[in-house]
Design a protein around this ligand. Structure first.
Ligand code: GDP
Length: 204
């Protein structure tokens, strides 16, 4: 997929105010500092479409972008930051679960994982939640430039091994680096193929 246009649409803290157009939507979520903003900018060939984070956990908004006038890219707040209080954590959870439970056009949630880290309970629990809620998801490993090819392979294998302890099937996964521009084509091709499948289903 060639990125012809990538435009900011709206930021929201209220799911009810998210865009109403019934076009396919792909959400990006992960722990703060995982490299989500950098990834969104890399995928869309833009320098600062998504704002790279100054202070983790500060921007707790649902950000909609429209890509090629045909699909929404949704930048969700990072989770798992240490500095917020318990009550704001709860509020955050509600706000995120509202999003996942109410957005009918959500096609896939990409959970971002730093490739250097071993599987973290917070990410695994989040994937569990998505699975139980019937929301298709994929995994995007970030910062692959930080490891050598052998180590990348090992980390991915270990992650898959961990997932297969609870899942029958592996989700689609992608290895990326925003600084080295790795993985852009793979992720965009997955989105393009999925959009084409949806379009075919709609026609038939
Ligand atoms: P976010 O909080 O998840 O949106 O993460 P950011 O995109 O703001 O990135 C967090 C930090 O990781 C920043 O210091 C980035 O420069 C760094 N970072 C992000 N992506 C990559 C990458 O692909 N490779 C490397 N080496 N660093 C990255």
């Amino acid at each position: 997929m060639k990125i012809k246009s990538a435009d900011f649409v709206i930021s929201n803290s209220d799911v009810a105010k998210c865009p109403k157009q019934p076009i396919p939507e792909y959400a990006f979520i992960g722990r703060s500092n995982v490299g989500k903003s950098s990834l969104i900018n890399m995928l869309t060939d833009r320098k600062s479409l998504a704002k790279t984070s100054g202070r983790p956990g500060k921007t707790q908004l649902i950000n909609h972008f429209i890509i090629n006038n045909s699909w929404y890219l949704v930048d969700l707040p990072g989770y798992g930051y240490a500095r917020v209080s318990k009550s704001s954590k709860k509020k955050f959870q509600k706000f995120i679960t509202n999003f996942f439970e109410q957005r009918k056009q959500l096609v896939c949630a990409f959970v971002l994982v730093d490739i250097r880290h071993n599987p973290q309970p917070i990410d695994l629990e989040f994937m569990q939640y998505l699975g139980e809620s019937g929301i298709p998801f994929g995994i995007i490993f970030t910062k692959a430039d930080k490891l050598k090819p052998k180590a990348i392979e090992r980390q991915v294998q270990d992650y898959c091994h961990e997932l297969l302890k609870t899942w029958e099937e592996l989700p689609p996964y992608f290895v990326t680096s925003s600084s080295k521009k790795i993985g852009q084509e793979d992720v965009l091709k997955f989105i393009e193929d999925t959009n084409n499948e949806i379009e075919d289903l709609r026609k038939n």
